[in-house]
Design a protein around this ligand. Structure first.
Ligand code: 3NM
Length: 205
């Protein structure tokens, strides 16, 4: 699927049990892609859920991404795979998923961003832009670091971490191609209207 650049409003999931209806509402509100990110379930449970989320994404014709689980990304033929610095690396991931799956990498510095691009990443996630309880161990970086990363690489950049309707405007528009969000959409009382509002802001950026 040739949709790698539509990273504008990138929904990432959390561990809640009632994900599917909320994901569908978020898609109806305008998220442009969905990443299944589950740290706490078994591979079998993950595969079952991945196939359901993939089907939903197919229905609405948006890309489906998998976080971390490289072999499962290959098995379920995910559109994108997203990995962190602690995973086995882009070259390993590329060898497993092949060239049809786009690979995104989380980076937190200019050096990591350059290395990711050199290793063949299709986009990078840069964060955390703001403090977030969704990933308490992550340290917010200075927005100047984001600007420096933009100057250092050419592949698309997605900002992540603590992004809300209030602070999204503080992110330099020319530094990112999109915004990756968990709680401001999934934890909203109405994920569809939250996604509608955030998509408008993302499109204005
Ligand atoms: N990665 P929320 S921050 C999954 O900094 C993730 O790399 C981050 O969730 C990083 O939108 C983060 O609720 C959590 O803050 C994003």
């Amino acid at each position: 699927m040739g949709l790698v650049h539509d990273l504008r409003l990138y929904l990432v999931t959390d561990e809640r049990p009632d994900l599917l209806p909320r994901i569908e509402q978020a898609i109806q509100g305008g998220v442009t892609c969905v990443q299944l990110r589950r740290k706490k379930i078994t591979d079998d449970q993950f595969i079952e859920e991945a196939l359901q989320v993939k089907q939903l994404c197919r229905q609405y014709q948006i890309p489906f991404a998998i976080n971390d689980r490289v072999e499962i990304a290959r098995e379920v033929e995910a559109d994108w795979l997203h990995i962190g610095q602690e995973d086995k690396g882009i070259l390993y991931a590329r060898a497993i998923v092949g060239s049809n799956t786009k690979i995104g990498v989380s980076v937190h510095s200019v050096e990591e961003a350059i290395e990711a691009e050199r290793s063949g990443a299709d986009y990078v996630g840069v964060g955390a832009l703001f403090p977030t309880s969704s990933k308490p161990d992550t340290i917010p970086l200075h927005l100047d670091t984001l600007r420096s990363i933009r100057k250092a690489i050419e592949i698309p950049i997605v900002g992540i971490g603590g992004i809300t309707e209030e602070n999204i405007k503080r992110i330099p528009a020319d530094a990112v191609n999109g915004f990756a969000i968990i709680s401001s959409i999934l934890s909203a009382p109405d994920p569809k209207s939250a996604a509608i509002r955030m998509r408008k802001m993302a499109d204005m950026e």
